[in-house]
Design a protein around this ligand. Structure first.
Ligand code: NAD
Ligand code: WQD
Length: 362
């Protein structure tokens, strides 16, 4: 029988792409989202792409009663928890909103999971938890620190998950630390649809390319990098989505009775319990750094559009370089990112040009 997964925030950018990957991998999915930063049209389009309706519940992760109804109605193997607010600048202006949504919301979700004895959890964490890294590439043992409420909310949830794993070994908690997700589904039907002016580089570039924004400001050209501009580990959202499938497969293997039987034989232990994953942080990145200027050049090449830009002052809180060691994901999950920067740009451009106003026009 297919395992059923609750996908919180499944109408959003990464969640919608992951729904497709989960379906293709044979999982049953139920999406729970309050649509605070997404459109129901994304769910419609995912349903069309997979050729069957998606079970969607409009609800808030802070609403325990609503969550309980969902858990009472379904038998879930686990939860992938995308739901959260993600704008760094907004989090500085509205810290309580961010802590309430991202931290309190996650606690409520975990409490309801516990009540219904659903203990397999995949959390959307971020490379932001590494702050300004001491060394590169960044591995999972690197020190964690954050300077803004958004990052603090991700870090706070990681600490909560660590404590939870210590308190009760029946929890299996994977924290996927995404680097810089970009790109869109190759169909051009779903993609990132930021409200107002984008905060992040790739959607900004694509809106300049289509003429919605006049020019890009490059925040700093005096960093100690290949060309003075910031360097990031951009990862295609389709690869990222596959990383979630790999994480779920890992949880299934680790928690299956067959696996624990094999473990028992090989380690000569007497316990017949499934092995516990505990708290497991895993980077999802490509391991390669690309500068802002390199990304602009690649986008311009694949789209055939010029991307006017000017150099501006560094953005407060930015770091020079950030890229992952993705070795742990390969070793434990058998996952690695496959799609190059050209695909990231090509797919972003296809989505942008097919949907100049995002989901709004629908
Ligand atoms: P997104 O805003 O597109 O998706 C988040 C979804 O969660 C939205 O559909 C939103 O409506 C929903 N949501 C928010 N608060 C909710 C609540 N209280 N109850 C129910 N639903 C709620 O963002 P995304 O880019 O898809 O990011 C998904 C997750 O990954 C977030 O937790 C984000 O912090 C994390 N993340 C994103 C990035 C990135 O650059 N996109 C990087 C690292 C981590
Ligand atoms: C990348 C580079 C900018 C916009 C953020 C969050 C992080 C994570 C991913 C959620 C930097 C430069 C950008 C522009 C520019 N999100 N830039 N002009 O800052 O690495 O990470 O998104 O977890 O938490 O902080 O991504 O795309 O904003 O910036 O020059 O208009 O592009 O200075 O060097 P960032 P980004």
């Amino acid at each position: 029988m297919k395992n059923k997964i609750l996908v919180t925030g499944g109408a959003g950018y990464i969640g919608s792409h992951t729904c497709i990957a989960l379906h293709e991998a044979g999982y049953d999915i139920v999406v729970y989202d309050n649509l605070s930063n997404s459109s129901y049209e994304a769910i419609n389009r995912v349903s069309t792409l997979i050729g069957q309706p998606i079970e969607f519940i409009e609800g808030d992760i802070r609403d325990a009663e609503s969550l309980k109804k969902v858990f009472a109605a379904h038998h879930f193997f686990g939860v992938i928890h995308f739901a959260g607010l993600k704008a760094v600048g907004e989090s500085v202006a509205k810290p309580l909103m961010y802590y309430n949504n991202n931290v309190s919301g996650t606690i409520t979700l975990l409490e309801v999971m516990s009540e219904y004895d659903v203990k397999n959890f995949v959390f959307s964490s971020s490379a932001t938890v590494y702050g300004d890294p001491e060394s590169l590439p960044i591995n999972e043992e690197s020190p964690r620190s954050c300077t803004n409420p958004y990052g603090q909310s991700k870090l706070a949830v990681e600490y909560i998950l660590e404590d939870l794993a210590v308190s009760d070994e029946s929890w299996n908690l994977i924290s996927l630390r995404y680097f810089n997700p970009v790109g869109a589904h190759s169909s051009g039907r779903i993609g990132e649809d930021p409200n107002d002016i984008p905060n992040n580089l790739m959607p900004y570039i694509s809106q300049v390319a289509i003429g919605k924004i006049e020019q890009l400001s490059i925040f700093g050209n005096d960093y100690p990098t290949v060309d003075g501009t910031g360097v990031r580990d951009f990862i295609h959202v389709t690869d990222l989505a596959q990383g979630h499938v790999a994480a779920l497969n890992y949880l299934e293997q680790q928690t299956s009775p067959e696996k624990s039987c094999l473990d028992t034989v090989s380690t000569k232990q007497t316990s017949s319990k499934s092995s516990s994953v505990g708290f497991l942080p895993i980077n999802l990145g490509t391991g390669k750094g690309t500068s802002v200027l390199e990304l602009i050049s690649a986008f311009s090449d694949v789209s055939g559009q010029s991307i006017p830009y000017q150099f501006a002052a560094r953005r407060a809180g930015d770091i020079a370089s950030c890229y992952a060691s993705a070795d742990k994901a390969t070793l434990l999950l058998g996952w690695e990112a496959k799609l190059p920067i050209t695909d990231m740009c090509q797919d972003t451009w296809r989505w942008q040009s097919m949907n100049p106003n995002g989901y709004d026009a629908s």
